[in-house]
Design a protein around this ligand. Structure first.
Ligand code: AMP
Length: 486
């Protein structure tokens, strides 16, 4: 099977990407990523899986870096634009990155980390202009990508996928959803998360299709691009569909009509990364004419289950196994096996071992099968939240909040919410004589945690509900947030 880069040669003069920093054909992407790879190599023959952590806004520079790291033989570690310094530093240190790279306008954010850790910091504009040098030959078993994901441990874990895993993940979706070189997709999802990196960007580039990268999600901007852009495919999380539906409802009737008919020109709209409420599926069907195709996946496994491209899409269900994936239920838990499944948690052999049972990856998601289609029931841990499609760890947030000078104790829970899926809610016991507002807590937290991890509701309590063993009873905490007027 041809590699991503060999395939790109076949699409040479076709448009590959556009972003705030310009537009490239496949030939230009190949050339610029070759220069970037040469610049990263800096005279070496092969990066030999060295981790290159990089911070670049969605655009050409991001794509050249990701491909450049791969072509130089390194493992790409895309950093999150929304992360404050401590989170960036954690990923750099945990991944053992030996090189940092940044777009020039973001270099100041990585500068202190590079200095403190004595690491090289390369700038995208220098890399893009580097003279071309011979590049190493890559085996598909080589580590290619490390995406950080939250779990039941306090700190996020690095999910390592090889080139073979990434190819399998892309091919599975390209086959199931019939991607072709004529497809055009808009990407506004973050490019440090599987949804944006694999399902949108890599699938598009694997297919010879065109991908337009927006700097971030903004409902009006996305609608405008959908109206103008002749897109054929659209992929988003439920929170995005909710926001787009809200913006559509606020628009005057003739604009609504134009937006709806722009949706009608697309061939497929997909939802995933969090449960799609049936009410939202229906609302979207009414305004766009599309029955959203809901799929299920995870950073560790790529996409595993999907409603059909052709045939009936069942509201509230995530369909059946995608090509190449084996899925089974063991005591109600989804387990997955196949070439899509990741290699390891970076530097955590025990956690990797614990995540598998007889070669099957244990997702921690509970489901039932009804008439051949899976229905997700929820996660096995109350400490994993999904907010706006982001997976976050309650334990990680609690650990950060405990550092606050006014907080004695805290418990973080996810409370169901029509816009966010779940909202991050913090029950707090304050130190004697202290007071705290949500606003000041969020302002303090912004320096330590990504914005989507910050509590958007808080309750100050005299004590936390605990069981006889002294353990906080999270369902009781959740009940407090669900009380009217809480
Ligand atoms: P992430 O690794 O950030 O993509 O998060 C993966 C988790 O998101 C899964 O383990 C599920 O808990 C959840 N998830 C993804 N897709 C769906 C879906 N369609 N319905 C419900 N939960 C989902």
């Amino acid at each position: 099977m041809k590699t991503l880069f060999a395939r790109a040669k076949d699409f040479a003069e076709r448009p590959a990407l556009s972003g705030p920093d310009g537009a490239w054909t496949y030939r230009e992407l190949l050339e610029r990523s070759e220069r970037t790879a040469s610049g990263l190599l800096a005279g070496e023959k092969d990066l030999k899986e060295a981790r290159v952590a990089f911070l670049a806004p969605p655009g050409l520079g991001y794509a050249a870096l990701q491909w450049g790291v791969w072509r130089a033989g390194g493992a790409a570690v895309p950093l999150a634009l929304s992360h404050p310094l401590p989170e960036l530093d954690y990923v750099v240190s945990d991944s053992g990155a030996s090189v940092l790279a940044a777009a020039p306008e973001l270099a100041a954010r990585l500068g202190p980390i590079a200095k403190a850790r004595g690491l090289r910091l390369a700038l995208t504009n220098d890399l893009l202009a580097a003279p071309r040098r011979p590049l190493p030959r890559l085996k598909r078993t080589r580590r290619a990508l490390i995406l950080y994901t939250s779990g039941t441990t306090s700190k996020p874990k690095g999910v390592v996928t090889t080139h073979a895993n990434i190819q399998a993940q892309a091919q599975s979706l390209v086959t199931a959803w019939e991607w072709s070189a004529d497809d055009r997709i808009l990407c506004f999802l973050p490019l440090h998360h599987i949804h944006g990196v694999i399902n949108v960007l890599t699938c598009a580039l694997w297919s010879g299709a065109f991908c337009e990268l927006l700097p971030a999600f903004d409902a009006d901007r996305v609608w405008e691009r959908v109206r103008e852009g002749r897109f054929t495919l659209f992929m988003a999380v439920p929170t995005v569909y909710q926001r787009l539906a809200d913006a559509w409802e606020k628009a005057p009737p003739d604009r609504r009509k134009a937006l709806s008919s722009a949706c009608g020109r697309m061939r497929l709209m997909v939802s995933g990364s969090a449960a799609l409420p049936v009410s939202l599926l229906e609302r979207w069907r009414d305004l766009s004419g599309h029955t959203l195709l809901e799929r299920y996946g995870m950073t560790e496994i790529g996409m595993a289950l999907s409603n059909p491209l052709h045939g009936e899409r069942l509201p509230g269900k995530v369909g059946s196994p995608l090509p190449g994936m084996e899925v089974r239920l063991v005591d109600g838990e989804i387990e997955v096996r196949g070439p899509n499944v990741f290699l390891e948690y970076w530097g955590k052999p025990e956690a990797t071992k614990a995540a598998f049972r007889d070669g099957w990856f244990r997702t921690g998601d509970a489901a039932v099968v009804e008439g051949g289609a899976y229905r997700i029931l929820g996660r096995s841990s109350v400490d994993i939240l999904k907010t706006g499609g982001f997976k976050v760890s309650a334990i990680e947030i609690e650990e950060a909040l405990r550092e606050h000078p006014s907080i004695e104790e805290c418990a973080v829970v996810g409370i169901e919410d029509p816009e966010w899926g779940e909202r991050v809610c913090a029950a707090l016991v304050l130190k004697a004589g202290r007071s705290l507002t949500l606003e000041s807590l969020r302002a303090w937290g912004k320096e330590r945690l990504a914005p989507y991890k910050l509590p958007s509701r808080m309750l100050a309590l005299p004590s936390l509900p605990r069981n006889a063993m002294g353990k906080v009873v999270k369902p009781e905490v959740s009940k407090l947030f669900r009380q009217p007027g809480s």
